[in-house]
Design a protein. Sequence first.
Length: 108
Amino acid sequence: MRNDIDKLGNILKTARKNMNLTREQLAEKLKITPRYLMSIENENKKPSYGVLFHLIRELGISADTIFFPERGKSANIEMEQLTRLLRLCDERDLKIATATVKALLNTK
């Protein structure tokens, strides 16, 4: 049976695929080799703190997803996707999104 720490590769691979990034594209952004990234994703290679930090940031995933994988996975993924989209918004877009969410909550 695999430990929770052994799930790191699967979490990172899933996040990379959810962002529609190839291994080569992500490795280039991180300034690591695709082979090293593949070993992290598939061979339980543990990245250095620096590489892990950049993986988390580049993939836009919560550190909780890695350190507390037992917490609801599907809710985390949806929240992360929404957060990632909100980070792409300018100030005007954020005001519209905020008003929309408030309107949704007021209908309950």
